[in-house]
Design a protein around this ligand. Sequence first.
Ligand SMILES: NC(=O)c1ccc[n+]([C@@H]2O[C@H](COP(=O)([O-])OP(=O)(O)OC[C@H]3O[C@@H](n4cnc5c(N)ncnc54)[C@H](OP(=O)(O)O)[C@@H]3O)[C@@H](O)[C@H]2O)c1
Length: 338
Amino acid sequence: MIEDIYKADAGRYEAGMEYRRCGRSGVLLPALSLGFWHNFGETAPLERSKEIMRFAFDKGITSFDLANNYGPGYGTAEETFGYVFEKSFRPYRDEMFVASKAGYDMWPGPYGNWGSRKYLMASVDQSLRRTKLDYFDVFYSHRYDPETPLEETLQALVDIVRNGKALYIGISRWPENALRFALDYLRSHDTPCLLYQERLNMLDRRIEKNGMLKTVSEGGAGFIGFSPLAQGILTGRYLHGIPEGSRAMQDKFLKTSQISDDLLKNISLLNAMAERRGQTLARMALSWVLAHPGVTSVIVGCSSVAQLTDSLKALEHKEFSDTELKEIDEISSRINFY
Ligand SMILES: NC(=O)c1ccc[n+]([C@@H]2O[C@H](COP(=O)([O-])OP(=O)(O)OC[C@H]3O[C@@H](n4cnc5c(N)ncnc54)[C@H](OP(=O)(O)O)[C@@H]3O)[C@@H](O)[C@H]2O)c1
């Protein structure tokens, strides 16, 4: 098949995207980043993946969040990215900020998981091959490994940067004391942590409460939040049943058993509040995360251009009154989702 030639929209930097400084660094990130955890693997239609990536870039989304194991089919989201990158995006490489990660189960045997130097070094090479990139803009430790010395994981990340395989280092899902250690270690090795990545949404407010957001910004890093829509729960998607093809239908990372009547009652209240604000619930959920001081970007997942079109409108109304914030606090405190 002959590929249609992609020419990025000339107005992409005037399309309403906001760019935020990432901690104490020279990097600006778009308020919305595109996530590849689901919807870009081997079961996703390639045409749809291409359409979403092109649409995102045309709207000023320059930040793409991958990991070695994203799929489904480990590695296949990176392969999809690589295919589309090669066909559409290579001329735009310097306008893109691409992340990948290693830390979760990836290949069999003792060297395909957790935080050893052996795993991280092999994984970054594999990810570069799959994505067809020469380097990542940021490479993350995807999770804390309680067994491997932190110095080993961190030095491997430093060396990944020194070897030119990534420009910056990121950390995801580490406990606070380990994160503090990482921030100090990386700074003292002249490769400051660029980004900390954690879940933040109206149903998971741990990092607001445990001071992690403050630790990150005091350490000079930016914060990038994931699952801002709680995998689709914080949208209108499940208010009238479980739609065909939805993530809950796969019953894997989002389980139908998690979608109780009680949850839906409270989600309906949030939905009514979003309507009063003139937003969809998805937009309000994204605006709420973006309203937090210290948040550089939120990574949104989507299974269609229509969803991303909706989510982008979150940027149009990010302000909340004290009364609205109190109402969200009250509703979210009644929900026990995670
Ligand atoms: N560091 C980590 O450990 C970690 C963990 C998880 C995620 N992440 C990153 O964060 C990204 C986002 O996480 P997530 O996929 O859980 O994201 P999410 O943004 O909370 O949920 C995405 C899902 O919500 C639905 N959706 C999206 N926009 C919508 C809209 N406007 N209206 C209605 N429904 C909408 C879609 O569901 P359907 O698919 O059902 O249509 C979509 O797949 C991931 O792709 C990944 O890059 C990182």
